[in-house]
Design a protein around this ligand. Structure first.
Ligand code: M7G
Length: 328
């Protein structure tokens, strides 16, 4: 962990701007494509203070450290191997034998640089909440009633949740405009569909898009009523159509759901490939859009009144609030 106190949410600074520019701020990059060819390597000065999480299976490491004296989180991830690159990889890699036994042999295969790219995600300046989000932690299942939401959760998220600036930037075309796959601009039932930043868009077996609603006053499924059915139905139909058209993946290959609790309290829907185990797609956090629609059709007050269960990490301030209220 870093010794200096972490920045508070929204506390911008020069490095934040530098990172933002490197990520292709449309104001600085008229092409809006965020390409970073030949740009300065801002990560060369990154100093690791802690490994937050690493997974050999996911081939990912989450690091906490300092970038130009700012708190930062860096995620490094090996990207999937695509079948189109395989022939070139075999033809142009260096191969070193590790062991041979009967019909079995293993090698170290070193592909050429352009076929050996890692995905790096940088959060800088990172808040304490970002660091906690990526840290391995014990979790506890909480059952929240409609009343708990109003008396415990809502006041907490109004005070403590992540900034939604990145969401507003997308809705206002100030960032990621070139990545939009589909938009319905209607202020009531409209939304923007674009690749989630976890997805490198190189292959569809780990496809991951998010649909962000234009309405700004909906925090999560907790606030949905029957009045929102046209919005939900619109996202369901047009989101699936757009994904079929762009990526050739039919609705039967998609997992379309909300998170409860989400990390970002502006209503959005996750569209992930059924074939991939997207983080947060388990029953304790994911709510299928089709179930949400049916539940609201059966009972317009379903999500306002019903108890909803979700996991909270040991160091989550919301867990402490539930404990203080004697609800755990
Ligand atoms: P969530 O359920 O609020 O939180 O989903 P989670 O991160 O705990 O799942 C928000 C989704 O938005 C996640 O899938 C994030 O990967 C994605 N996301 C977060 N940020 C900051 C960005 C961003 O800047 N751009 C894009 N395209 N996706 C993001």
């Amino acid at each position: 962990m870093g010794d200096a106190p972490l920045k508070r949410e929204n506390e911008g600074d020069e490095l934040g701007q530098k990172v933002k520019k490197q990520k292709g701020d449309p104001e600085d990059d008229p092409s809006g494509n965020g390409e970073e060819c030949g740009e300065e390597n801002i990560l060369s000065g990154f100093k690791t203070t802690a490994v937050l999480k690493d997974s050999a299976r996911e081939k990912t490491i989450f690091l906490h450290g300092k970038l130009d004296e700012q708190e930062a989180v860096v995620i490094l991830q090996k990207t999937p191997i695509t079948v189109v690159s395989v022939a070139e990889m075999f033809a142009s890699s260096k191969l070193k034998l590790e062991m041979r036994n009967d019909i079995y042999s293993t090698y170290q295969l070193q592909p050429p640089a352009h076929l050996n790219v890692l995905k790096a995600t940088v959060v800088c300046p990172a808040t304490e909440k970002h660091v906690k989000k990526y840290q391995v932690q014990e979790s506890f299942l909480v059952e929240e009633t409609g009343e708990d939401y109003l008396s415990i959760t809502l006041p907490y998220i109004q005070e403590k949740s992540f900034s939604l600036q990145w969401v507003f930037n997308i809705l206002e075309k100030k960032a990621e405009a070139d990545r939009i796959v589909y938009e319905d601009p209607d202020p009531d039932v409209g939304f923007v569909l674009l690749p989630d930043f976890k997805w490198d868009q190189k292959q569809t077996h780990d496809l991951y898009l998010i649909a962000i609603v234009h309405q700004r006053d909906l925090k999560s499924i907790r606030e949905l009523t029957a009045a929102h059915l046209p919005l939900l139905q619109n996202i369901c139909t047009k989101g699936k159509e757009a994904i079929l058209k762009r990526y050739g993946l039919p609705a039967s290959k998609l997992r379309v759901y909300f998170h409860y609790q989400p990390s970002y309290y502006h209503l959005h829907v996750h569209f992930t490939a059924l074939a991939s185990e997207a983080p947060g797609s388990g029953v304790e956090r994911a709510h299928l859009l089709s179930d949400v629609i049916q539940n609201l059709r059966a009972d317009g007050g379903f999500y306002r009144q019903r108890s909803l269960s979700f996991p909270l990490r040991a160091d989550d301030g919301l867990l402490a609030k539930f404990q203080q209220a004697g609800r755990l």
